[in-house]
Design a binder for this molecule. Sequence first.
Ligand code: GRF
Length: 224
Amino acid sequence: MNTAGGVGVGAGLRTVVLISGGGTNLQAIINQVGSGELHINLQAVVSDRPEILGLERAAKANIPTRIVDYSKFDRRADAEQALSATLHRLQPELLILAGFMRILPASLVSEYYGRMLNIHPSLLPKFRGLDTYRRAIQAKETWHGSTVHYVTPELDAGPSIIQYKVRIYPDETELSLSTRVQQGEYIIYPRAIGWIADRRLQLKHGEVWLDGLPLAEPVVINES
Ligand code: GRF
């Protein structure tokens, strides 16, 4: 932890986290940076709306925040332009989407190809898009979970890196399932980011490489 008592300044990969809400994944990342387990420089947290808990979490950890309030723009393209400009000023080496509820323009996605991660609450390629917990329960799936993946222009379709897998029990509710899956997100997201920070993980020609070998399947962590 730095002398200011936060984690916002430090050595390591310049990393920007994009959020839209509560920021519990952001908090898990902050905690691991603070404890010295994750070696990144949390340069800034960028939000698409003001007054969200995630921004408070960042401020408390002394991480600079930026708000690109999409609701203040008449045209989505103008908001996207403002977001791009904000990111260009920050010059991050790694972009982390942590509950960022906007689809990014293709130009931004290609600019950060291989340097942008997302976490999606399903065992991709199953259940892309929204309401994944409800859909998984309704489909009578046996397993559900969450996936960290590289971001590519197609929504929730980029190459998967690591998954957290939980069983769906017969009496499962959306709340019980999401609570268990989110506990796993706080394990797998910092882990994937750590692999990038330690130069162990790369995206090469559409393939995920970990420790010098291509991954045929994402790494799977089972709920214990
Ligand atoms: C996470 O559960 C993630 O799977 C999804 O959005 C949620 C964000 O939650 N992409 P939080 O803001 O990190 O609490």
